[in-house]
Design a protein around this ligand. Structure first.
Ligand SMILES: Nc1ncnc2c1ncn2[C@@H]1O[C@H](COP(=O)(O)OP(=O)(O)OP(=O)(O)O)[C@@H](O)[C@H]1O
Length: 644
């Protein structure tokens, strides 16, 4: 390993940890090889799913600059803001010049009238500065908050548009931190950092120019202070950018940890894993603390340098200025004005470290936000996609056909390897297969949660990829094995896909799913169910999800083991009612238990990514050993042959 270069900027992490920037950027590259490295599995959690950028932190504010269009609606406000800021600075700069006049004029000549006039002018300038600062702050905060809200809405809408594959791979905490803390960082920069950057640089240039005009020698001495400032800010910028990125990523990791443990609190408690989870959290929190301290130290070091430079120049100016007054090349009033103006440079210089820090954080935040916004949804409407024709009454189901369908998850082997299957209009076809053979995957392709890798799926002869997504999804009712409910009212959960559903339709769907228990909840259908519906039992959640799927009698029903959490008695009741619904609906139902197979007209056996047998339950039981093995406890070998 190459020895550390002494002059290389470093990022300090935990105590005793000192990482040169060059090595840190290599580390970032190694640890963030893209969205998911080969072998990394977001489901198994073999390795943490860190959705990070594939390159070190972007040294250019390209992504920050791309956000400029969000400022467009606030153009007028921004113009007022800048005018107010410059006018306030101008008023501030004018005060020392008035003081110079007062010292060299009325004070030197004991002219009390003149002194009163100049004192009044200084007072007016002070009041004007205060009023202008108020206008600036008001315009500043309202535009930044409005812009933050618009970006947040856009990210949320984009997340909703993105395909499921994206959400499979991204940690929710990483998304959460981008929508919350990264946006706040950008707001802070736009409302303070950017403004102060423009105002302070302008103030610096204006004051130094004025100082050179007042006394060229002393003015150039002050201007020379910019050289060490420039060198220090360059070193700081490089190191701080990486530290900021690291901190923001770690915040996302911690948010994921909190979210996971909140969602899995029952499991954590039931398995007595509280101490382990607590120490896992403490470790993450410590890492975050160390990175934040390292970043804080960087800022403190640079701020101290930035503090020292103007004070050193001030001391030099006082000595050289006294000499100049003694030699008569500067009046006392001139020296007072010079020093007063020079004092006005202290804040712009001191705040430079903070401004650079805010800018770096905003650049990193913009990079992180565009990592999401730049991801294009892959499951989208094709150009010229059509709506499915509306079909009323019996036979609404339509024919559902899988034609040589292949599908594999990114970076994984193919799960489906040429599935050929036809579900006749109004038919209920059960899909049976061993755990993990791809049944849920097969079902997910129908509402296009994923698109097929090869082959095609047709609905009434129409390739579903040529159909508009909204039209397809309004035709297909879905209930997955893990019922997802939201922290909304029962009614809102039920009508998620059918906002226009009437009271009678809701009642009918609830009756089929044997979910009438909702009427006994404290506020009936208006009862808000807790996050993810955890205030309901598994069976209740499943029945609600089933009612949601069948609400409005969709033409095609896709049900993933919809009755798995029900007791035998309720299952029989649901089956009986569901059978009536399924009569004129085309349905594809994943089934694990022989009792649920009774719902189906035919059964298809999925094995090795293909449909290896199709027939009635009785036929398959009689003729296909592998089917017997899957649906009964009969022992077979891997090829599906019955062992005698
Ligand atoms: N989002 C995903 N990303 C990557 N791989 C996945 C994903 N979902 C499923 N898989 C993999 O695809 C294969 C099929 O999974 P699927 O959930 O379709 O099986 P299944 O037959 O429905 O299983 P089960 O009967 O247990 O519900 C499995 O090997 C699984 O690990």
């Amino acid at each position: 390993m190459a020895p550390d270069r002494d002059d290389e900027p470093t990022v300090r992490g935990r105590p005793g940890f000192r990482l040169p920037v060059r090595r840190l950027s290599a580390k970032l590259r190694a640890h963030r090889p893209g969205l998911l490295s080969p072998g990394e599995d977001s489901r198994t959690g073999d390795r943490p799913t860190r959705c990070r950028l594939a390159r070190p932190a972007n040294p250019l504010p390209r992504n920050l600059w791309r956000l400029r269009h969000y400022l467009r609606p606030y153009r007028a406000q921004l113009v007022w803001l800048m005018l107010a800021a410059f006018a306030a600075t101008g008023a501030g700069i004018a005060v020392p010049l008035v003081v110079q006049r007062a010292v060299d004029g009325p004070i030197a000549h004991r002219d009390s009238g003149g002194l009163l006039r100049l004192g009044g002018l200084a007072l007016v300038l002070g009041l004007a500065e205060a009023g202008l600062i108020f206008i600036r702050r008001w315009a500043q905060s309202s535009s930044a908050v409005g812009m933050e809200a618009t970006i947040r809405d856009d990210i949320y809408a984009h997340l909703q548009r993105l395909h499921i594959g994206f959400h499979d791979r991204w940690q929710s905490g990483q998304l959460l931190s981008r929508v919350t803390s990264d946006l706040s960082v950008i707001r802070r920069f736009l409302s303070f950092g950017l403004l102060f950057l423009v105002v302070n640089v302008t103030t610096y240039v204006a004051v130094v120019t004025l100082l050179i005009t007042l006394h060229p020698g002393l003015g150039l001495l002050v201007a020379a202070g910019a050289v060490p400032l420039f060198l220090a800010s360059r070193r700081f910028t490089r190191a701080y950018l990486l530290a900021a990125r690291r901190l923001q990523d770690e915040q996302g990791d911690l948010a994921t940890l909190i979210e996971e443990s909140a969602q899995g609190i029952r499991t954590v408690k039931a398995f007595g894993r509280r101490p382990e989870m607590t120490s896992r959290f403490a470790a993450g929190s410590r890492t975050l603390h160390d990175t934040a301290t390292g970043k804080g130290r960087l800022l403190a070091r640079t701020s101290a340098q930035f503090d020292l430079i103007p004070n050193l120049t001030l001391a030099a100016v006082l000595v050289a200025g006294a000499v100049a007054v003694a030699h008569g090349s500067l009046t006392i009033g001139g020296l007072v004005a010079f020093v007063s103006l020079q004092l006005m440079l202290i804040w712009p210089i001191e705040s430079l470290a903070w401004i650079i820090a805010t800018a770096q954080e905003a650049m990193t935040a913009a990079d992180r936000i565009y990592e999401v916004l730049d991801t294009r949804p892959t499951v989208v409407d094709r150009p010229g996609a059509v709506a499915l024709p509306r079909v009323e009454g019996a036979g609404r189901g339509g024919e559902l056909r899988f034609d040589g369908v292949w599908f594999g998850y990114p970076q994984g082997p193919p799960v489906l390897r040429g599935v050929d299957l036809t579900v006749q209009p109004g038919e209920t076809l059960a899909v049976v297969g061993t755990t993990g053979c791809g049944k849920t995957t097969l079902l997910s392709l129908v509402p296009r949660l994923y698109d097929v890798t090869a082959g095609r799926i047709t609905l009434d002869g129409q390739d579903i990829q040529d159909v508009r997504l909204d039209s397809l999804r309004s035709r297909v009712g879905v209930a997955f094995e893990e019922p997802t409910l939201f922290s909304m009212s029962v009614r809102e959960n039920l009508t998620l896909g059918r906002a226009d559903a009437g009271e009678e339709e809701v009642r009918a769907a609830l009756a089929v799913a044997q979910a009438d228990f909702v009427y006994d909840l404290p506020w009936g259908l208006d009862t808000r169910i807790g996050e993810q519906g955890l205030s309901l039992s598994g069976g209740q959640r499943q029945r609600l999800a089933l009612a949601r799927a069948i609400l409005g009698r969709p033409g095609v029903l896709v049900l993933d083991d919809p009755l798995s959490a029900l007791d035998v008695h309720t299952e029989a009741l649901v089956e009986r009612a569901l059978a009536r619904v399924l009569r004129d609906t085309t349905a594809l139902v994943v089934v694990h238990r022989p009792s649920t197979v009774a719902l189906a007209d035919r059964v298809a056996l999925l094995a090795d990514g293909r449909i290896v047998a199709v027939g009635t339950h009785a036929e398959l039981l009689r003729e296909v050993p592998a089917y017997r093995s899957v649906l009964s406890a009969e022992d077979t070998d891997d090829l599906g042959l019955v062992r005698s």
